[in-house]
Design a protein around this ligand. Sequence first.
Ligand code: PGA
Length: 250
Amino acid sequence: MRKKVIAGNWKMNMLPNEAIQFIEELAPLVKDTENEVILCVPYTDLFYSLLTAQNTNIKIGAQNMHFEESGAYTGEVSGKMLKAINVEYVIIGHSERRQYFNETDETVNKKIKAAFSYGLKPIVCVGETLEEREANKTAEIITKQTELALVGLTEEQVKNTIIAYEPIWAIGTGKTATSEDANNSIKEIRNKIAKIYGQNVAEEVIIQYGGSVKSSNAKELFTMSDIDGGLVGGASLKAEEFSKIVNFKG
Ligand code: PGA
């Protein structure tokens, strides 16, 4: 049985004092969950969040990293730097980074490899645009993105990759894919992984749904056969609301 992994993606929100307050409020609310709880926070919140989350079941992640270890890359942060302060997870290839910061399937793949080389666990985002969906290209797009993201990884690394299926038209729009649609897309991704790496590898990969997840739809989505939790943007900015998503009952 795969466990459910619920990750918050704060995007470019929350000051350090707000992060500390949030985690202090969230920790008692989620302390009894069997689900994995992750908060992916801005770089400037990482250190404070890690300190505040010590001795809780809340794990901390970053939202991006560079694939090089160090060097003349002004403004960038490497996996080595994240690992040095004990960050555990890193989101890679979020659609906003693909759209606004020229992230490509190739850089996504490089970043995933770099993340593993520093012992970070990548949460890799894939998803189709509305245009692609309307042209019936969803399966083609998301399986291709998945394949290219995972090129050259070992079976063990693939098993430890978290994939977040996030239809771009559902991000921040209040529109959610139906649970059946989301489940079917995630099955396509899992089948693709099975074809390349084998069924036993595919069965272990955590594949989340993301896009307007909130406490009122979390249960319906997360109880589907292939949806292993969620990557949550807007609804992860309020501790009580986020705790209800984490504590969804199947
Ligand atoms: P949303 O964002 O929950 O606000 O739609 C999800 C995401 O972008 O990861």
